[in-house]
Design a protein around this ligand. Structure first.
Ligand code: ADP
Ligand code: LRH
Length: 480
């Protein structure tokens, strides 16, 4: 029988993991080889990723994974490492939550107005888009010395293989790609004086990305040759590829550190109305577009847990389920929650400022966060449907938040639509499917989705009650 194992390296903002996907006819099984925390480090110059620690985690994971037919890497978007003329990394990659981009977008828009930038790239405004990070770094000693820029998955891939490339789905989050041509937005780069020569040539999901270097084989105990395959290296691209949907009438919410809520489309929506609603057009597999909005996501809860000394999550969620619904809500789309620190206080302040009861206990704050996320999910799904003119019958929740039954139930109630939750490790599964497909073991996107539906445990939540109390809660935030 044609069965093979693939290693999927999936680095999220809160944890990294190396998963092994076993693929064969009618078979798709995912097991965890290794999981490690991803903790940003605050040094005097700012907030940085511990990228060497992550690379060590990847090597340990590949060792634990054992023999595989290929390796694929995906991670969070937008961030990058700079290499000097010798190919050596210049400093620790800057974290997208680092405050260096504050006020930078306005300077960029003085040269290239936000409207034109959206029409050319389709990317939502987020202070951390690579474009703004590069503008913030302008004039720095590091950028002056840099000869190459590699996005995080491409950097790790380079360390594993010695070969450089820029994978397209993640490149689309730089704000330097045209979603219509699916190639560099050369006019944008020229107007902003950004040297596209910094980037390695584009590669597409499924393209070969080199072979594990001899030293890597030695460190991982693997016997070569082991190819690395370019996957949807943006974690959200891989996660959406693993949404177990049938047909086209679905919305998805990828819930982890972020909630990425929206639609899979065949063409970008570049209207002024779409820009005003801050929807993004990122590139997916097979010519698809991820039309979605970024919502703060479980980051709000992660930061509260950190402030509370990491209490047991399950107990906290059961307590939150007992708190009366929709007592107070905050705008979970508000970039004011982007920076780390003081999260319970910041949530309390937002409730006070909008004249709502202030959550006083961890259970009440947790309930406020989950109600607020459900409300933001509902708004994003409704806005996306309207702006893209795309019908939606079901909402798929994938990513770590699919394990949060309360969040899934609240999202179904708020949207007034059934929610299908799972898989929680969607990014890793999407990563595996692209590798298996490159070797001819599975077919197109729809074929992969059928395989997921047959093999992955999914939970369905029917909407309860009418949605009017969600309308009332939204009105308190004056968003709708
Ligand atoms: P990322 O890829 O951004 O690091 P994940 O997709 O791994 O994020 O999701 C992490 C989140 O999933 C956690 O912050 C937590 O809120 C949620 N989560 C994980 N496991 C559980 C669980 N057993 N019950 C409820 N929530 C969970
Ligand atoms: C989720 C994610 C998201 C980006 C953010 C920076 O992990 O890739 O799609 O917007 O990180």
């Amino acid at each position: 029988a044609r069965e093979r194992s693939y290693a999927a390296v999936d680095l999220g903002a809160s944890s990294g993991r190396v998963m092994v996907g076993r693929v064969g006819p009618g078979r798709l099984e995912l097991t965890q080889a290794h999981r490690f925390p991803n903790r940003p480090v605050r040094v005097p110059e700012g907030l940085r990723w511990d990228v060497l620690g992550l690379y060590a985690g990847v090597l340990a994971g590949l060792r634990a994974a054992g023999p595989v037919a290929s390796v694929g890497i995906d991670s969070w978007a937008v961030d990058y490492g700079l290499l000097d003329a010798d190919g050596a990394l210049l400093g620790n990659p800057v974290h997208y939550r680092d405050p260096r981009t504050e006020g930078v977008a306005e300077q960029v828009w003085a040269t290239l107005p936000a409207r034109e930038l959206y029409a050319a790239t389709g990317l939502q405004y987020a202070p951390f888009n690579t474009l703004y990070q590069l503008a913030a770094a302008r004039g720095s000693a590091q950028l002056a010395q840099a000869r190459r820029l590699l996005l995080i998955p491409d950097l790790l891939s380079y360390w594993l293989t010695g070969e450089q490339g820029t994978e397209l789905t993640n490149a689309s989050t730089t704000q330097l790609v045209d979603p219509r041509t699916r190639d560099w937005a050369r006019g944008v780069a020229a107007r902003l004086d950004i040297d596209l020569g910094l980037f390695a040539p584009l590669r597409r999901p499924g393209d070969p990305a080199g072979l594990l270097r001899a030293e890597v084989l030695e460190e991982t105990g693997l016997s070569g040759p082991v190819p690395v395959t370019a996957v949807g290296s943006h974690d959200t691209a891989s996660a959406v590829a693993a949404v177990p949907a049938a047909g086209e009438r679905f919305a998805y919410i990828c819930t982890g550190t972020w909630s990425l809520a929206g639609l899979e489309l065949t063409a970008p929506v570049l209207t002024e109305e779409s820009r005003a609603a801050n929807f993004t057009n990122e590139l997916g597999l097979d010519g698809t577009v991820r039309y979605l909005r970024n919502i703060m996501g479980l980051w709000l809860l992660q930061e509260c847990l950190r402030a509370w000394g990491d209490p047991d999550l399950e107990a906290l969620l059961s307590a939150a389920a007992e708190v009366p619904a929709l007592r107070s809500v905050v705008d979970a789309g508000d970039a004011a929650f982007l920076a780390p620190g003081r999260m319970p206080e910041r949530i309390a302040e937002a409730c006070r400022a909008s004249g709502q009861p202030v959550p006083a206990t961890p259970a009440q704050t947790t309930r406020c966060i989950l109600d607020s996320l459900a409300l933001a999910h509902r708004r994003a799904v409704a806005d996306a449907r309207r702006l893209a003119g795309h019908p939606v019958d079901v909402v798929h929740i994938v990513g770590g938040g699919a394990r949060n039954a309360l969040l899934c139930r609240l999202t179904a109630d708020a949207c007034g639509l059934p929610v299908v939750a799972g898989p929680a490790e969607a990014a890793a599964l999407g990563n595996v499917l692209v590798q298996a497909r490159a070797q001819g073991l599975v077919g197109d996107l729809a074929d992969g989705r059928r395989l997921l539906t047959r093999t992955q445990p999914l939970t369905r939540y029917e909407p309860r009650g009418d949605t009017s109390r969600w309308d009332a809660a939204a009105a308190r935030l004056a968003l709708e």
